[in-house]
Design a binder for this molecule. Structure first.
Ligand SMILES: Cc1cc2nc3c(=O)[nH]c(=O)nc-3n(C[C@H](O)[C@H](O)[C@H](O)COP(=O)(O)OP(=O)(O)OC[C@H]3O[C@@H](n4cnc5c(N)ncnc54)[C@H](O)[C@@H]3O)c2cc1C
Length: 402
């Protein structure tokens, strides 16, 4: 095939992966990025170790994408978690499997991997232009706002890899939504995913426990029962155990206006045993002392019990035990999308073909978090962004040779 000109808008993992494939196939590839540097969210993900993929069996891995599983499956099968690890190793980044099955670079950061990746792209002739904000179309051309003013760019094919709507200060601010809507692309509204929630904590509780971790508990919602840990914040709750329930809780709040996350503060112990231990405490002892000495419950866990269960002071040992095993945290609303790890919503699957091309804009493709899919934390997000970037690049190749 002749060498073609390809414009990739957005330099996150999805755009960079597409650039790698297309430049490897000898096309002339330019990445246009609004921010002063590419890969800012990828770098931030590196601050918590860069959980790049997950080691669980693939038959389980691809079910993590809920109703998007079927559409994402071909892309994920073509770039599996094993492939992600092999690709990272090819860039000099060895990975290891953590205790939870999550996969991280041995260095627990993103910068060496990103540096090596950009070097490879440079070697393959990819041009990266920063401070180029895509503002829409002028006919078939792309329009960019740049420090030198507006400019138009023509290309044989375009990939939009503009990200979702969380952490907008890192570049993915969903500023493109109206442009695509005006071109007949159907979008679902962006919503927070893997997010914290507001809870109406009392001032006293916030003062004592904001910032406190709550470890080794289980939490139950319509998403099931999961074990893990979370953090009490001054607004409510956040952290991995909360994120694991976030999609279900967010949808319940939207549909019914209320949602409850039920905590088992002592998952290893039966209610009968807890009640028996509590009943051995002197009746005149304070609640704090009975909880601490009888059930070994103190600090943030005891605080949560008092905060979440009404009339706890007058509870019998059996009632106390039942509350310890099922403390209801009433949620008010998800935290704002700007604070979420990721977002749901964006370009609908109906709006794109099997090759990731927008049905209403032939020659324009999409990849990454700007498509409406969501997944829990655990390396699923980055894997799917890399896999869809790759799938869209293959879609572009197929379209150019049609
Ligand atoms: C705090 C945090 C931690 C995370 N940790 C993990 C993790 O450990 N594991 C994991 O799997 N996922 C993690 N994620 C999620 C993951 O980083 C994202 O899902 C992923 O970066 C999305 O890739 P993307 O290429 O689709 O979009 P992005 O990475 O958001 O990149 C989109 C790019 O497009 C650019 N852009 C947007 N609009 C325009 C425009 N109009 N013109 C030009 N350029 C534009 C943006 O500046 C940006 O560079 C984390 C996210 C956050 C916020």
């Amino acid at each position: 095939m002749d060498n073609k000109t390809i414009a990739i808008v957005g330099g996150g993992p999805a755009g960079l992966m597409a650039a790698e494939l297309l430049s490897g196939a000898d096309h002339s590839v330019t990445i246009y990025e609004a921010m002063p540097t590419v890969g800012r969210k990828f770098m931030l993900a590196g601050k918590s170790g860069l959980n790049i993929t997950h080691s669980e069996d693939f038959s389980r891995f691809f079910t993590r994408f809920a109703e998007s599983t079927d559409r994402l499956r071909p892309a994920l099968e073509a770039f599996t978690p094993e492939d992600v690890r092999g690709w990272a190793a090819g860039l000099g980044t060895e990975t290891f499997i953590g205790t939870s099955g999550r996969v991280f670079p041995t260095a627990m950061k993103a910068s060496p991997l990103l540096r090596a990746w950009l070097k490879r792209l440079d070697g393959q002739g990819v041009k990266i232009l920063t401070r180029q904000r895509w503002a829409g179309f002028d006919g078939a051309n792309l329009v960019f706002e740049t420090p030198e003013g507006r400019k138009t760019v023509s290309a044989d094919a375009v990939l939009l890899a503009l990200g979702g709507a969380s952490w907008p200060k890192l570049g993915s601010d969903a500023g493109w939504v109206d442009v695509l809507k005006s071109k007949g692309v159907v979008l679902n509204p962006f919503r927070p995913a893997n997010c914290g929630f507001d809870v109406g904590w009392s001032e006293v509780f916030i003062e004592r426990f904001a910032g406190a971790p709550v470890k080794s508990v289980t939490a139950t919602s319509s998403a099931g029962t999961k074990q893990g840990e979370f953090v009490i914040s001054k607004h409510g709750i956040e952290g991995s155990l909360v994120y694991a329930h976030a999609a279900a809780l967010r949808d319940q709040l939207q549909d019914r206006g209320k949602a409850v996350l039920t905590l088992d503060l002592m998952p290893g112990r039966s209610p009968e045993r807890i009640a028996r231990d509590l009943s051995r405490q002197p009746a005149k002892a304070s609640l704090s002392n009975r909880l601490r000495k009888g059930a070994g419950l103190d600090g943030a866990k005891a605080g949560l019990l008092r905060e979440c269960v009404p009339d706890i002071q007058s509870a019998t040992p059996e009632q106390l035990a039942a509350s310890i095993k099922a403390s209801p945290v009433q949620l008010i609303r998800p935290r704002p999308i700007a604070e979420a790890i990721s977002s749901a919503g964006g370009v609908t699957w109906d709006g794109i073909d099997e090759g990731y091309m927008l049905k209403t804009l032939p020659g324009v493709f999409v990849a990454g978090e700007m498509i409406d899919w969501e997944a829990p934390t655990g390396g699923y997000l980055l894997t799917a962004c890399l896999a869809t970037g790759r799938a869209a690049a293959l879609g572009i190749e197929a379209w150019l040779t049609r």
